[in-house]
Design a binder for this molecule. Structure first.
Ligand code: GLN
Length: 536
């Protein structure tokens, strides 16, 4: 029987303190002690999901196996815990209101006035509990997006207050994350913002049980005592979280601070056995002190915001660790790439990855990058739009199909080598209507991918509307670019590769969503290996 203990994680003082990483780290520690854990993110914005958000607004949109377009924190949860998340792991205010309004229209509220309390808060509580009942979980960690004090977070804070009351102290607790700033003029760490933030929570009826203090410098005992005194928590419940060079070190740091033991004690659970963190420790050691180093060019149009390609960046960390190699990623804005400057952009790189994306901004720079990699025999990895660009490039410059394009960019192209999928024709609504989630892919026996995957059928996650146009397949194959993976049900081409090249693979799916610390993705591992070999 699962325990069903609920842990709520809130944040105060500023956003971007790393609630997601702290939640994932705690979950990892509990998991390594043999408990089953899941993590959920509640986002206070009104979009139904982040699928319609520009990556500049919100960073990467992460896609789950069951096809939910979600917050990038779910990527951290999966990478840390190595278990898949689902539609239920990310809920937004938009989705909450959508359910409540749909019920109201059906007449389910029987003539009542529909209000934030109890109707919205009940729906929030229902969404938290659903996760607990869908799986066999000992711990359900719910992270509340935003910062305490935000108008839009209020219904969530109220829902937690009620749940905490209903569940009792042994079955629920609140971890509050705050910032302890360092004032260089007086060379002091300041606790006042934390005190104020806890006060705000108290005003809303919540006494946090554990405080995690983010800080650039270690906290001394005096400071911890002061925070404990002013914020009504015991000394052991003041946890320090100092900046580290890699997010993967945070679980080890939290272990040192006894975050897991403090949680277990408060919930009256045995915490005597040591967590099994050895493989994790070894992974972190390899990430921090690799023997080799390579540079990969990441060509995309959202490169100013590193979070926009979060899962790709993390996949390189995982694959780097397997290859005992640091992967420096040189982000290149594809709009800036032209025939005249392309050499300087790619000088000193051992491989090129062309990123996923939408729309035609910077598209010619991506196509040029694929051409450069092909002609220079430089390892090339194209993901989703990146694969489509490689196909367009090959059509134009090898097959001689002038003006070949994707109909996403040029509806009148004479050679639509990338075209809208049949089931997408007639779709007008933007939210949640792409080809989303996991689909099977049969790997072609003699392909490079077959050697890489060592598996004839794989499952990969998708997020796109366009596809390779099969009426051109024969022409491509005759001229040296071959399909290496096909959807067994629809015949859609999922992988294209150039066998006569050092390493040239384009995939229509997103391997980056599936790479975790314990299960780095084989395509990333082999791409890094090829790039490393290229350097040597
Ligand atoms: N814009 C392309 C499509 O919809 C690629 C999408 C992507 O890269 N995720 O097919």
């Amino acid at each position: 029987m699962a325990l069903k203990k609920y842990i709520f994680v809130t944040g105060g003082v500023t956003s971007s303190l790393g609630k997601g990483i702290i939640s994932a780290s705690l979950a990892k520690l509990l998991q390594s002690r043999g408990y089953t854990v899941t993590i959920q993110k509640l986002d206070p914005y009104i979009n139904v999901d982040p699928g319609t958000l520009n990556p500049y607004e919100h960073g990467e949109c992460y896609v789950t196996e069951d096809g939910a377009e979600t917050d990038l924190d779910l990527g951290h949860y999966e990478r840390f815990l190595n278990i898949p998340t689902t539609q239920n792991n990310n809920v937004t205010t938009g989705r909450i209101y959508q359910s409540v309004i749909n019920k109201e229209r059906k007449g389910d509220y029987l003539g009542k006035t529909v209000q934030v309390i109890p109707h919205i808060t009940d729906e929030i509580k229902r969404r938290i509990k659903i996760l607990g009942t869908r799986g066999n979980f000992d711990f359900i960690i719910t992270e509340i997006g935003g910062t305490v004090g935000d108008i839009e977070s209020l219904p969530y804070i109220e829902a937690i207050r009620q749940m905490k009351w209903e569940l009792g102290p042994l079955n629920s607790l609140v971890i509050h994350l705050t910032l302890v700033p360092f004032l260089s003029a007086s060379a002091e760490l300041k606790t006042k913002p934390t005190q104020h933030s806890v006060k705000l929570l108290l005003e809303n009826g919540i006494q946090p049980n554990i405080l995690v203090l983010r800080s650039e410098h270690p906290l001394n005992n005096e400071l911890r005592k002061k925070v404990a005194l002013f914020c009504n928590v015991d000394y052991n419940s003041v946890i320090e979280s100092v900046d580290v060079s890699t997010i993967y070190e945070v679980p080890l740091l939290m272990q040192k601070e006894n975050l897991d033991i403090t949680v277990l004690r408060k919930m009256d659970l045995p915490g005597t056995e040591k967590p099994e963190m050895k493989p994790w420790r070894q992974f972190v050691a390899r990430v921090k002190n690799p023997r080799n180093s390579i540079t990969i060019a990441l060509v995309g149009k959202y490169v100013e915001l590193p979070d926009a390609y979060k899962s790709i960046m993390e996949s390189f960390v995982h694959a780097g660790s397997v290859n005992d190699c640091r992967v420096e990623v040189r982000s290149i804005q594809s709009e800036k790439i032209s025939e005249n400057n392309i050499d300087s952009h790619f000088s000193g790189v051992q491989g090129i990855l062309v990123a996923p994306g939408f729309g035609d901004r910077g598209i010619e720079g991506k196509i040029l990058s694929a051409r450069y990699a092909r002609e220079m025999n430089l390892p090339f990895f194209g993901i989703c739009l990146g694969m489509q660009c490689a196909v367009i490039e090959f059509a134009r410059n090898v097959l001689g199909l002038e003006d070949a394009h994707s109909t996403e960019m040029d509806i009148k192209t004479p050679h639509p080598v990338i075209d809208l999928m049949e089931e997408q024709k007639g779709v007008t609504i933007k939210g949640g209507t792409m080809r989303l989630g996991v689909y099977p892919c049969n790997i072609s026996p003699d392909s490079r991918c077959s050697a890489i995957y060592r598996n004839s059928e794989v499952m990969e996650r998708h997020r796109h509307r366009y596809e390779f146009n099969n009426s051109y397949l024969e022409l491509f194959e005759k001229n040296g670019m071959k399909q290496a993976g096909i959807n067994p049900d629809t015949g859609l081409v999922e992988i294209m590769e150039i066998p006569d090249h050092k390493w040239f693979i384009g995939v229509q799916f997103h391997p980056e969503y599936r790479s975790t610390v314990l299960n780095p993705h084989p395509l990333f591992i082999d791409f890094v290996r090829a790039a490393l070999e290229n350097r040597k």
